[in-house]
Design a protein around this ligand. Structure first.
Ligand code: PEP
Ligand code: MG
Length: 844
């Protein structure tokens, strides 16, 4: 648990600065004398300490030695105490090992463990430790050994952290590894100590495992404490800046889960195992059951110094490998998926893991055994909190722990995945670690079925992005299946059909062939422009926020950026980026896009995107409050530097457009354009296209009036759906009903396009509907000219548009807006399928 152990007292008279013992024996004798002088031990303790050196190595590493008496001599301890010799010149403890801090321990019980914990934390901070070797300030040594970094007494705030902020966690999935990693990064960037408290527990915000162990769920109250207002502001910005994304992710996951699954249906009655579909697609092959081979980790003691050095090296190499895995995954699957490996690297830095390992080694255990035990203890702690999110994180911790173990001793790397049978198999396992999933060889593993896990686990996400059909939560019966059984795994419906007959096999193969063909077509043509069969071009762009996301978007086939959400430049910082910072970012984005169009959306703050450091008034209904354009017009101090940065970036070259969010009326547009023109003229910058988001019903209804004042529209279907249907876009309970295919939403889109077309303006869509293949097809049929989406959705959208003709899409769209219900609209998807690809079953 992330709470403090009771402190072991260190009194000033037990600290000797600049001690000069001539030998190790003399140092031990001096420490023992101090302890005896303070009444901590009987005189015989000195001899017990000397004997201890014959049975154990008390050199902890990094210049620290911890001589202590024999366990059998605890009777010689009158009260707990520590005697500290600072040996500036150093004293040789063992050949080649020099101690600068000799800490004589007198402990009647296990309380020396608390001291070891602090010491091993200090070993993680070499600069702080080095300073103790030469300081003239005994209090500094006492403080370093007394404080439990990051942890406060249960239920009480850390006394030295004056700045506090109370908050109720609003991440629907709780504090899981990805946001927790961002908290850790912010805490480290904030400098000094940052503490997060929840009830009786406190955690150091720079330590990932401690944070996760708080087991924070949505609705939990936390107090964040820091030493300075700036550090607290930075934490607060990072923490609240993640809320919008976390809520959007949860709502999207709920929407996906609620969408009807369209999979393969066997003709015959087959025995099937049913789990939860985690990654769509069909796999046909023999199953391979991965034995839960927990290799026993032998306990082979070794000298502490060697153990410490090898642990450090194993962690260093593992960290480098994780970085390489992150890079590779980012290139193949995108930065979002790669983030898990950064979280893993964060787990490696957790002091509790290293502390426990060192403690176990000091007690005489071997390195591999100690590390394994430490990982298991922390993972078991996470799993025991009864929170499914944290149970998933225990799997992450075990995954990263196994990697380190493989570095310590390659025979312990967990070989089962390396001994797969030759042919392609459907892999059946209890669960799989994310790095195992990311590293699966798709020529040998064609599908994945796990007994446990959930559809939002990182393993499921990775399987999805790898295009590997997968089911999760299939139950323990899965592991009882006979290896080698022929099966059809359907990742869309979450079913594993066993022993299919010839007819079903043929039908499944035909279904699969059609799927493969479709995927191959999508991949091969993702760089080609999107044009319907009769040659109508649609621009397909990406929604990205940072320059370093541009390369991935282009590789996925993006022809430009249709939405750069600039509020993200503000959300995760503790302050407002100035004109220069913003200018540099827009320039970098234009350069990364190499001449492709960039539409930058002016700040859309308010609603779900709250920026604490702006200290905006609290509103009862922030989605209906001073949001987007309304805020920009009230706060020239925010709008003007941004517009200056944008016009300067445009002047430096590159096709840049400016777009304003949450516009409701003509006077707003007139005022925004006036501001643009004034700033442009001041800077003598070129004119750039200025457009608005259509995401408020009023804007859609009045599109004809607005079209006279703008160069383009981009429809934000996320907000438009929320406002038209009166459903909070972040409410997971209503996620399935917040469907942008609702006929009312589609009619407003149709109306907007008609009005814009009458005035010769083009219309794009940058809300989520643009990235769904069926949605993209309907939008094209409604006359939308540009679709901007998450990069990963681009190949599929381009492919579906290529499969149809414009008249057919227009006819489909006309039928969709005539539908009475969302369900009726969705039924039309089958017609799009029939239009764009041969029906797989019919091909059998
Ligand atoms: C939208 O509302 O559809 C949109 C694209 O803007 P955001 O999601 O940033 O509110
Ligand atoms: Mg919006």
């Amino acid at each position: 648990m992330a709470t403090a152990a009771p402190p072991m007292p260190i009194s000033r008279d037990l600290v000797r600065l600049d001690a000069r013992p001539l030998s190790k024996a003399a140092a031990i004798a001096e420490a023992a004398q101090l302890l005896a002088g303070a009444g901590c031990v009987e005189p015989g303790y000195a001899e017990s300490m000397a004997r201890r050196e014959g049975t154990a190595n008390t050199f902890l590493g990094h210049g620290v030695a911890i001589p202590h008496g024999m366990g059998a001599d605890r009777g010689l301890v009158r009260r707990n105490g520590l005697a500290i010799l600072q040996v500036r010149e150093g004293v040789e403890w063992n050949p080649g090992q020099v101690a600068h801090l000799v800490i004589g321990i007198a402990a009647a019980s296990d309380e020396h463990i608390a001291i070891l914990r602090r010491l091993t934390r200090l070993l993680n901070e070499p600069a702080r430790l080095q300073a103790l070797f030469t300081t003239d300030d005994a209090e500094a040594i006492i403080a370093a050994l007394s404080a439990e970094p990051g942890a406060a007494a249960p239920g009480r705030p850390a006394a030295d952290l004056a700045e506090r902020w109370d908050w109720v966690l609003d991440y629907p999935a709780g504090l899981h590894a990805r946001p927790a990693t961002r908290w850790v990064e912010a805490a480290r960037g904030a400098g000094g100590r940052v503490q997060v408290r929840h009830g009786e527990q406190a955690a150091d915000a720079t330590a990932l495992v401690g944070l996760l162990q708080l087991g924070l769920k949505a609705g939990d109250s936390v107090t964040v404490s820091a030493g300075t207002p700036a550090a607290l502001a930075r934490m607060r910005a990072a923490i609240t800046g993640l809320s919008a994304q976390e809520k959007a992710d949860a709502a999207q996951a709920a929407r996906r889960a609620a969408a009807p699954a369209r999979g393969w249906e066997p003709a015959g009655a087959l025995v099937s195992v049913t789990g939860i579909g985690a990654s769509p697609g069909l796999a046909i092959g023999r199953i391979h059951v991965l034995a839960n081979a927990e290799a026993a980790v032998p306990d082979v003691p070794l000298p502490l110094a060697e153990g410490g050095a090898r642990l450090e090296e194993a962690i260093r190499v593992t960290r480098a490998r994780l970085r390489a895995l992150e890079d590779d995954t980012a290139r193949r699957l995108g930065p979002g998926e790669a983030a898990i490996f950064r979280a893993h690297a964060g787990l490696l830095e957790d002091p509790d893991l290293i502390t426990t390992t060192c403690q176990l080694m000091v007690e005489g255990h071997g390195l591999a055994w100690s590390w394994h035990q430490a990982v298991e203890r922390v993972a078991a702690g996470l799993a025991a909190l009864g929170n499914p999110v944290l149970a998933g994180r225990a799997a992450d911790l075990r995954d990263v722990g196994r990697r380190v173990l493989g570095q310590i001793d390659p025979s312990l790397a967990g070989g089962s995945l390396h001994d797969l049978p030759g042919g392609p198999v459907i892999l059946v396992a209890e669960d799989l670690a994310p790095s195992d999933t990311a590293g699966l060889d798709p020529s040998r593993v064609i599908g994945l079925a796990t007994a446990t896990g959930g559809p939002t686990s990182h393993t499921a996400i990775l399987a999805r992005t790898l295009g590997l059909p997968a089911l999760v939560a299939g139950g323990p019966g899965l592991l009882e299946l006979k290896p080698g059984t022929e099966a059809v795994l359907d990742g869309a419906t979450g079913r594993l059909h066993l022993s299919p007959g010839e007819a079903d096999l043929a039908s499944a193969r035909a279904f699969l062939a059609a799927q493969h063909e479709q995927r191959a077509r999508e991949a091969a043509q993702r760089a080609e422009p999107a044009a319907t069969r009769d040659g109508h071009r649609i621009e397909v762009a990406a929604n990205i926020n940072l320059p370093d996301q541009a390369a991935f978007a282009i590789a996925q086939g993006a022809e430009g950026v249709g939405l750069m959400r600039t509020e993200f430049l503000f959300l995760e910082r503790g302050d407002t980026p100035g004109e220069e910072d913003q200018y540099a970012t827009y320039r970098a984005m234009l350069e990364a896009l190499g001449g492709r169009r960039l539409i930058v959306r002016a700040l859309d703050i308010g609603g779900d995107k709250q920026v604490p450091h702006l200290r905006l008034p609290v509103e009862a209904n922030p989605f209906l409050g001073v949001r987007g354009a309304r805020l920009l017009l009230r706060r020239p101090d925010l709008m003007e530097p941004q517009l200056r940065a944008l016009y300067r970036a445009a002047a430096a070259g590159g096709p840049l457009s400016i777009m304003f969010p949450m516009v409701t009326s003509v006077p707003e547009v007139v005022a925004l354009r006036e501001a643009c023109e004034r700033i442009r003229a001041e800077l003598e910058a070129p004119e750039v296209p200025v457009g608005i988001m259509v995401e408020v019903p009023a804007a859609a209804v009045q599109a004809d009036a607005l079209a006279r004042h703008v160069d383009f529209f981009s429809i934000g279907t996320n907000d438009l759906t929320q406002y038209v249907l009166a459903i909070d876009r972040q409410n997971p309970e209503l996620a399935a009903e917040a469907d942008s295919l609702h006929p009312a939403v589609l009619r407003l889109i149709a109306q907007t396009v008609e009005a814009a077309t009458r005035h010769g303006r083009w219309v794009g869509v940058c809300g989520g509907l643009a990235g769904e293949a069926f949605g993209a097809a309907l939008l094209t049929g409604l006359g939308v000219a540009e679709l901007s989406m998450t990069p990963r959705d681009i190949p599929g959208v381009k492919a579906v548009l290529r499969g149809a003709t414009l008249p057919a899409l227009r006819a489909l769209a006309a039928r969709a807006i005539a539908c009475g219900t969302t369900a009726e609209v969705r039924e039309l998807e089958a017609e799009l399928d029939a239009m764009t690809r041969p029906a797989p079953q019919a091909a059998a």
